[in-house]
Write a protein that binds this ligand. Structure first.
Ligand SMILES: [Zn+2]
Length: 109
C-alpha cells in the first residue's frame, strides 16, 4: 500500500533499525519506545485487518511468535516479554503488526 508507513519501511523508503528479517517479515526497533525494549514485527504483506488475512498470512503471525521466542536472548527479552497485535485504523498503522515489549518488569494491564 502506497501510503502505509510499514510498507514504506519495508521498501527502504523510510529509515528503520532492522534487527531481524527473513522472507516473510522483519523486526525493527519502535521509534517511540514504551518499554526498555520495544520492537515491532511487521509481516511484509499489507493486510489491514486479521479478518482479511489468508491462512498463509496467519501462519506468518505464528512464525513471528516462534521466531521471537528463538531470538529472545539476542533481542534482550530474556525474563519475559509482551506481544501485542495491532490491526486497523484505530491502532495507528493499518497494517497488521505485533509489538514486542520487554527488557524490564512491565506494568500489568
Ligand atoms: Zn502496509
Amino acid at each position: 500500500m502506497e501510503d502505509c508507513v510499514f510498507c514504506k519501511i519495508r521498501k527502504g523508503e523510510l529509515p528503520s533499525t532492522i534487527l531481524y528479517s527473513d522472507d516473510d517479515f522483519m523486526i525493527i526497533k519502535d521509534i517511540n519506545p514504551r518499554a526498555k525494549i520495544h520492537l515491532v514485527a511487521i509481516p511484509y504483506t499489507h493486510v489491514p485487518h486479521i479478518e482479511m488475512m489468508t491462512e498463509e498470512g496467519a501462519c506468518v503471525l505464528g512464525k513471528i511468535i516462534l521466531k521471537i521466542s528463538h531470538l529472545q536472548e539476542e533481542l534482550g527479552l530474556v525474563g519475559g516479554y509482551r506481544l501485542l497485535i495491532n490491526q486497523g485504523e484505530n491502532a495507528a498503522v493499518s497494517h497488521v503488526h505485533i509489538h514486542i515489549l520487554g527488557g524490564e518488569k512491565l506494568k500489568e494491564f
